[in-house]
Design a protein around this ligand. Structure first.
Ligand code: PEP
Ligand code: MG
Length: 636
């Protein structure tokens, strides 16, 4: 046992061989004379920077620097070490690969490649994809930041920008966040009990503690902005206020934190989206070199599509057309379509919608610059679109020349006990094929127009029929699509080809995938519904009871976030195999939320899927996760 608290020629320290916040190749740490390890970590005394140790203990420091190099050379990674100096002599207590911010992880990985310590594959493998999130999230608007003056500064413990209302306890942070407020949690110091409040907060500011304090380490781990050790704050926890630079701040006042500079601002500063560059781009380029799956995005408006393109999306794996139906300019026509009594009335309403849908698709094709887009036909139950407000019901009645009571009766008739298992998905197109006709016309006409404008693009529209469970229902809807599409293409004198595929999101479709593949030219696994229907619990209600399942260790994690590989995964494996037995070139993808979850992406790689599709901000995560899966288990 070595003691660091036996006098002034003793001390203790915690250090990283490189800066864990920025990745800079420079020893970073903290040291306290006449102290034991917990004193540094607890943040009770604010320690001195490690470099000052060189003055106090020159020999031990020189030896320490040498040890750092030896350890890095051996582990080929940044080290997080604890040590003690007893009577001037250095004792190493422990070393491990250090935790780091996402930015630091990228820089360290690139530097290690440049230093010849590791190769590109190792660099790709050593980045935790989930941490990339922190780089993809907002920073302060640079113009607004220029106009702002910091009211204080402290340690830049965890980078990023945070702006929120001040709260003083973890419980308040949780409660305020639950009611939609953005909060900054201000504490003397944090402890493990504060974790939920820290998770709920946009940022964390502590009065005490260094870069290795609880607040700093935990915030870095979760990618939350944190400024620590602001000794200038006069804290009055009892009255929920503090004083900084002559001004008193109360609960609910705005505060902004810059976790990269340590600056504190007594005002709200707007934030802007992050942009990718430098080391991020290098790592992503390497990831793209080694991954074997494509990465698409789920997007249904040009803004999201463009964002996803910036993040490297190679196409759209799921365009949910119903999201376009909710736009204010078309909801009256949708409602008229739903409340029609006859096919003629319905077709008249659909005729109004067609040019709008066509415009939507043209904008999407333009945004994606000719990259593939899988357009899914109308999926949700119709009652989701009907009016609930009296004034809207009256308006609809007037538009349709019906009585208010007629409209109310129609709406009442749409009631379903279990709409998620009701009249939705391809069942809508089976009962109202004219909806599929309208959507097909809009897709094909849009593709033809965009193709004419951009002859260099190779437009191959992909039409996806949702919620298929039986080959004959796909066959029926596909026949409607094909008849409509072929007629338009022929009339245009074009040789455009298109694909019709389906989502595999009902267990019966997975079980009969060999049959389904006779009609479907591609499968996209809709793992949100597939999870719901395989487990037999509602994706909207499961949150109410799943906590008890985690507590009792029945389930480890939320199956809607992380693919249940044992059950749902088995259906996917089976469907992939059966589908490709029928159609060896069957294209396979996933477009449920799991498409952006690293462990699920690995499963998709191992199952032989061609692509994953996820929300725009998760595209880089999926690219990296796909590369890691390919490096770990390359496909033949
Ligand atoms: C799915 O079910 O996985 C899916 C992507 O479709 P949605 O979430 O729109 O039902
Ligand atoms: Mg679905």
């Amino acid at each position: 046992m070595a003691f660091g608290n036996m006098g002034d020629d003793c001390g203790t320290g915690v250090a990283f061989t490189r800066n864990p916040a920025t990745g800079e190749k420079k020893l970073m740490g903290e040291f306290l004379t006449n102290a034991q390890g917990e004193d540094v970590v607890a943040g009770v005394r604010t320690p001195m920077p490690i470099q000052e140790m060189a003055d106090k203990f020159p020999e031990a420091f020189a030896q320490f620097e040498q040890v750092c190099k030896t350890l890095e050379d051996h582990y080929r990674d940044m080290q997080d070490m604890e040590f003690t100096v007893e009577n001037g002599k250095l004792y190493m207590l422990q070393t491990r690969n250090g935790k780091r911010t996402a930015a630091a992880a990228l820089k360290i990985a690139c530097d290690l490649v440049d230093e010849g310590m590791i190769d590109e594959k190792k660099a790709v493998a050593m980045i935790d994809p989930r941490n990339l999130d922190t780089l993809l999230h907002p920073q302060f608007d640079p113009d607004a930041l220029k106009k702002a003056t910091p009211v204080g500064t402290a340690l830049p413990a965890s980078p990023g920008a945070a702006c929120g209302k001040i709260v003083f306890t973890a419980d308040d942070a949780k409660e305020w966040a639950n009611r939609g407020e953005k909060v900054v949690l201000v504490r003397l110091e944090t402890s493990p009990e504060d974790i939920e409040g820290m998770v709920a907060a946009q940022g964390i500011l502590t009065v005490r503690g260094g870069m290795t304090s609880h607040a700093a380490v935990v915030a870095r781990g979760m990618g939350t902005c944190c400024v620590s050790g602001c000794g200038a704050i006069k804290m009055d926890e009892a009255n929920k206020q503090f004083e900084l630079a002559g001004k008193v701040y109360h609960e609910g006042d705005w505060l902004s934190l810059d976790g990269s500079t340590g600056n504190i601002y007594g005002e709200a500063i707007p934030t802007v989206d992050a942009s990718i560059g430098g080391e991020f781009k290098r790592i992503m380029d390497w990831a793209d070199k080694y991954r074997q799956m494509n990465v698409r995005t789920n997007a249904d408006n040009p803004r999201d599509a463009k964002q996803a393109m910036k993040f490297g999306a190679e196409g759209i794996g799921l365009c949910r057309t119903e999201h376009m139906f909710f736009e204010a300019d078309r909801i009256p026509a949708i409602r008229q379509m739903i409340c029609s009594d006859t096919v003629e009335q319905r077709e008249a309403a659909l005729e109004k919608l067609e040019p709008m849908q066509q415009g939507d698709f043209e904008a999407m094709y333009e945004a994606m610059e000719g990259k593939p887009i899988t357009i899914r036909f109308l999926d949700p139950p119709l009652h989701e679109f009907v009016p609930t407000e009296e004034a809207d019901i009256e308006q609809l009645a007037q538009d349709m020349g019906k009585s208010v009571q007629d409209i109310k009766n129609i709406i009442a008739g749409l009631h379903e006990f279990n709409p998620m298992m009701g009249h939705r998905g391809c069942r809508l197109a089976v009962t109202y094929p004219e909806i599929a006709v309208m959507q097909t016309k809009a897709v094909i006409k849009a593709a033809l127009n965009v193709q004419a404008k951009h002859p260099e693009w190779h437009m191959v529209p992909e039409i996806m029929i949702p919620l298929v469970g039986e080959i004959k229902e796909l066959k029926y809807v596909k026949s409607v699509v094909v008849a409509t599409a072929d007629e338009i293409i022929k009339a245009a004198g074009s040789d455009m080809t298109y694909k019709v595929g389906t989502m595999i999101e009902i267990p019966r479709a997975a079980l009969t995938a060999d049959e389904i593949a006779k009609e479907a030219e591609f499968f996209s696994f809709g793992t949100n519904d597939l999870t719901q229907m395989t487990f037999g619990f509602s994706r909207d209600d499961a949150g109410k009871f799943l906590d008890a399942y985690y507590e009792k260790k029945i389930y480890e994690s939320d199956p809607f976030a992380r693919l249940d590989q044992t059950g749902v995964g088995r259906l996917i494996e089976m469907a992939a195999k059966l589908g490709r037995q029928t159609r060896p070139d069957l294209k396979l993808g996933i477009c449920g939320e799991h498409g952006g979850d690293p462990s699920s992406v690995e499963f998709c790689h191992n199952t032989g899927l061609d692509y994953v599709s996820c929300s725009p901000f998760r595209v880089p995560i999926a690219r990296l996760a796909a590369a890691q899966a390919a490096i770990k288990n390359p496909r033949g």
